[in-house]
Design a protein around this ligand. Sequence first.
Ligand code: FO1
Length: 308
Amino acid sequence: MKIVALAGGVGGAKLADGLAQLSFGADLTVIVNTGDDFEHIGLKICPDLDTVFYTLAGVANPVTGWGRAEESWRALEIVETLGGPTWFRLGDLDLGLHLERSRRLRSGETLSQITSDFCCTLGIGAQILPMSDDVVPTRVYTNEGEMPFQEYFVHRQCHPVVSGFRFESVEDAQPAPGVLDALTKADLVIFCPSNPWVSLDPILAVPGIRDVLSSKGRIVAVSPIIGGKAVKGPAAKMYTELGIQPSALSVARHYADLLSGFIMDKIDAELHESIMDLGIETCLTNTLMTTQEDRYRLAEEVVEFGVM
Ligand code: FO1
């Protein structure tokens, strides 16, 4: 069976990891948001791509979810001593990847080629694809003006009041090689539990992707909102500021035109009927992925439900 997962950062990476552990791991393609990518201290940083990559390679930092396990921060200490920017924390091991990727990008290789090579080197069986090789930076509209995503999210810790997002130049972007083909051939497409507005919307905005998805019968989404709260990150604060109730129902409504099924936590059982009223089949289960076993169990349940 061919499965395609659309993923943003930590939540998406965890479910993708569970899917990769299923016996058909080699037939898994993960399409990853690159709207969060930016240039920092002269290097190209691809936070969501790297979170998926490190998680599937089994080397992700278990505390933060992003960056690497057993990290050290000597280089960052020197940057700080020299008066450079340290608000975006790049560890020594992590820096190795950014240096090598930046070098190859400068020599003219594409992000998808480089990602594919890195996956092979680390023995990742699943195919990880950036949504596009083109640069499509997410810009955030706030009460303090428009700003780049990482400036808002990490530097300003989401304090500015957000009123919307735009994905710069997305209309001119092309899906990365393999993206449309994987979606066309997929038996099941899974929207991972990532923030719909900032992690999956950039992917859906790349020309051609939504068109292919519109013609697919089997698309399921896993809610990143459990009991009105985001599992990780400030999604609930964003929702409130955008005038959206932070709930699994809002997530289901957001994707309603594309979904055949929706997986949400048992704690949100009272929303079940409202989601069924949208014409979407729902599955109630434990969606919190605390352990490695949780990832695998949820992945199994999502696939079983999705192909039913
Ligand atoms: N998130 C933070 O909150 N603080 C950081 O210092 C930080 C550094 C960082 C370095 C590499 C990387 O791949 C990710 C990093 N992230 C950091 C996470 C990341 O920027 C966001 O969680 C995503 O962009 C949202 O999905």
